[in-house]
Design a protein around this ligand. Structure first.
Ligand code: NOJ
Length: 544
C-alpha cells in the first residue's frame, strides 16, 4: 500500500549546505540528524514529513556528489554509512520519510566501472559506457553538446576513442542498453531500499536514452546567442525515445514497487523551446506502463512561469485536466539548480507562490531555505565552487548562488558551521534566519508552518478534487479543493495593486493569509493587498 499521499510535502536538503557539525565548513549527515526537530518536532518546527537528500555518496565532488564513485558508500565529507543509518532511524522515529538521490545516467570518471571501461577497448566493462570512434578527421563523433558546456564527447588518447558525457567530462554516461548495467543499478536500488530508505529521486533521466543513430542535432532557430545557455542552441529532441526510457525507468520502478510504500520521483525539465510542460509530462502520466503511484515526474512547469494569474491558472488547469485519480502531481518550484524563489519572483511574490504550492493536491517539494525567503547568494570569484561556472565563466549556468549555507541564527556563519563555510553566508542576515523567524508570527517561516500544519490536518488539501473558480478579476487566480467534508477556496492576487474580487463563499472563514490584514468589503467580496493570498475554509454540513 502506498501512503505517500498522506505526506504533506517533501523538503529538499542539500547536505553540504544544511548543517556542519565537524567544523570543516561543509554540512554533514550528523548535522541533518541534529536538525530533524526543526523539520518535524515541537514548537517552531517546519512541520514537514519527508526529506530528500541530494547525493552524499563517495565522490570526487567535481559536481558536488552527482559524480559518484561508489553508489553504496558515504563520502567522508558527509560522515559514514552508520551516520546515515542513524539518520534513517531518527527520521523514522519522528515519522519523517527519507528520500535519497539516485543518479542513473552517469558515474564519476573515477568509478571503478569507468576505470575498467577506460583501461582498454576489450575490457569487459568497455560497453558499460558509450564509446565511439571520432570522425575521419579525428574530431568528435557528432555535434552533441554537454549540459555543463562544450562538446558532450571527451577524447581518450589511450584507446583513440571518445566517450559520451551529457554533463561534465568527469561524469561519463552509462550505457543503459547493456543488461549488466541495469542489473548493477538494480542492486544499488535494492541496497538502499532494503535498508529502509523510503524513496528515490532519479536524476537526469532524459539523458539515459540516447538517440541510437547518433546523428547531429539541429540548431535551435529560437536560440538567442549570448542571452541564454549555449546548450539551448541545439534542439534536443534526439535525446532518446520514449520506448527506451520506458524500458529503463520501468525496470527501476518495478524494483521500487517490490518494496512496500516507496516511490520514485524523476527529474525531467520541460525544454521550452521544444516542448511545453504538458507535452513533457503528459506521456509519463498517461502512456507509460509504470505504476503512477510508484513513479512520477517532478512537475517543474511553474518554475519558469511568468508571474501572472492567467499563466499559473492555465498551467494548473492543464495539469489537472489530464491527471486521473491515481496520478500524483509533484509540484516543484525551486531546487539546487535554479535561482531561489525570492530572487526569481520577488519577496512578496514568493509568499504567494508558497501559498499556491502548498494548497495544491499532490506532493509539494520545497528547497531548504526557501521557507525563510533566502535569496541567491552573492558569490565573488574566489568563492566559485560549481564546475559548471568554473568551466564556462559568465554564461549564467553556475549554481552556487542557490546553494549557500542554511541560515540558522546570528551566530558565526549564520549558525551553520564553526569553520569557514564552503560557500559564503551573507554579511547582513536581515531577519532571514530560523531564529528570527521562529519569533515572528508574520515571517516567511510562520507562513510555511501555518499552511503545512493545515495541510497535515486536512486530506482535502492534500488530495481534494481541484476546480478553478471564476473571479471577476484577471489578476486573481482562485481555485477550490473539495471532498465530502470540506471545501477550501484559495484566492491569490498576482498584481502589485490592491484589488477587489468576489470569492463565491458568503461570509468567508479566512484561515490563512500571506499577509495581514485581509479586508472584507461585503459578505462576498474581499479586498486583497498587492500579492496577497488567502485560504477560505468551509465545512460541508452532513445534516442535510
Ligand atoms: C541534475 C542535478 O540536479 C544537477 O545538480 C546535476 O549537476 C546534474 N543532474 C548532473 O547529475
Amino acid at each position: 500500500m502506498n501512503r505517500w499521499t498522506d505526506v504533506n510535502g517533501i523538503y529538499q536538503i542539500y547536505p553540504r549546505s544544511f548543517m556542519d557539525t565537524d567544523g570543516n565548513g561543509s554540512g554533514d549527515i550528523s548535522g541533518i540528524v541534529d536538525k530533524l526537530d526543526y523539520i518535524k518536532g515541537g514548537e517552531g518546527s517546519l512541520g514537514i514529513d519527508a526529506i530528500w537528500l541530494s547525493p552524499f555518496y563517495t565522490s570526487p565532488m567535481v559536481d558536488n556528489g552527482y559524480d559518484i564513485s561508489d553508489y553504496c558508500g558515504v563520502d567522508p565529507l558527509f560522515g559514514t554509512l552508520d551516520d546515515f543509518k542513524r539518520l534513517l532511524d531518527e527520521a523514522h522515529r519522528r515519522q519523517i520519510r527519507v528520500m535519497i538521490d539516485f543518479v542513473p545516467n552517469h558515474t564519476s570518471d573515477r568509478h571503478p566501472w569507468f576505470e575498467a571501461s577506460a583501461s582498454s577497448r576489450d575490457n569487459n566493462h568497455r560497453d558499460w559506457y558509450i564509446w565511439r570512434d571520432g570522425k575521419t578527421d579525428g574530431s568528435a563523433p557528432n555535434n552533441w553538446l554537454s549540459v555543463a558546456g562544450g562538446s558532450a564527447w571527451q577524447y581518450d588518447e589511450k584507446s583513440n576513442q571518445y566517450y559520451l558525457h551529457s554533463f561534465l567530462k568527469e561524469q561519463p554516461d552509462l550505457n543503459w542498453d547493456n543488461l549488466e548495467v541495469r542489473a548493477a543499478m538494480k542492486a544499488v536500488v535494492d541496497f538502499w531500499l532494503s535498508m529502509g530508505v523510503d524513496g528515490l529521486r532519479a536524476d537526469a533521466i532524459r539523458w539515459m536514452a540516447k538517440d541510437r543513430s547518433f546523428v547531429d542535432k539541429l540548431s535551435n532557430p529560437n536560440y538567442r546567442d549570448g542571452q541564454e545557455d549555449p546548450y539551448h542552441s541545439q534542439i534536443h529532441h534526439h535525446h532518446g525515445s520514449a520506448d527506451q526510457l520506458r524500458t529503463y525507468l520501468g525496470g527501476i520502478a518495478a524494483t521500487v514497487e517490490d518494496y512496500d510504500d516507496r516511490i520514485m520521483i524523476f527529474e525531467d525539465y520541460p525544454d521550452f523551446s521544444v516542448v511545453t510542460p504538458q507535452e513533457r509530462y503528459r506521456p509519463y502520466l498517461e502512456l507509460y506502463d509504470i505504476n503512477p503511484r510508484v513513479a512520477m515526474p517532478f512537475n517543474f512547469g511553474g518554475m519558469f512561469m511568468p508571474f501572472q494569474a492567467t499563466s499559473f491558472r492555465d498551467f494548473i488547469e492543464t495539469v489537472h485536466s489530464y491527471l486521473q485519480d491515481s496520478r500524483i502531481p509533484v509540484y516543484c518550484l525551486g531546487n539546487h539548480d535554479q535561482s531561489r524563489l525570492v530572487s526569481r519572483f520577488g519577496q512578496e511574490q514568493a509568499r504567494l507562490i508558497a501559498m499556491l504550492q502548498l494548497t495544491l493536491p499532490g506532493l509539494p517539494v520545497m528547497y531548504y531555505g526557501d521557507e525563510l525567503g533566502m535569496s541567491d547568494g552573492h558569490i565573488t570569484e574566489e568563492f566559485i565552487q560549481d564546475s559548471f561556472e568554473k568551466n564556462n565563466p559568465g554564461v549564467g549556468i553556475g549554481r552556487d548562488p542557490e546553494r549557500t549555507p542554511m541560515q540558522w541564527s546570528h551566530d558565526v556563519s549564520a549558525g551553520f558551521s564553526k569553520g569557514a563555510p564552503w560557500l559564503p553566508v551573507p554579511i547582513e542576515l536581515r531577519g532571514v534566519t530560523v531564529a528570527d523567524q521562529q519569533a515572528d508570527r508574520t515571517s516567511f517561516l510562520a507562513l510555511y508552518q501555518n499552511i503545512l500544519s493545515l495541510r497535515s490536518k486536512s486530506s482535502t488539501l492534500r488530495r481534494g478534487v481541484y476546480e478553478t473558480c471564476g473571479t471577476n478579476n484577471e489578476h486573481v487566480f482562485s481555485y477550490r479543493l473539495s471532498d465530502k467534508e470540506h471545501v477550501f477556496t484559495i484566492v491569490l492576487n498576482f498584481s502589485d495593486q490592491t484589488t477587489q474580487c468576489q470569492v463565491g463563499e458568503p461570509n468567508p472563514d479566512i484561515i490563512a493569509a500571506t499577509s495581514q490584514p485581509v479586508s472584507l468589503i461585503d459578505e462576498n467580496t474581499v479586498s486583497l493587498r498587492p500579492y496577497q493570498g488567502i485560504v477560505i475554509a468551509r465545512r460541508i454540513s452532513t445534516n442535510s
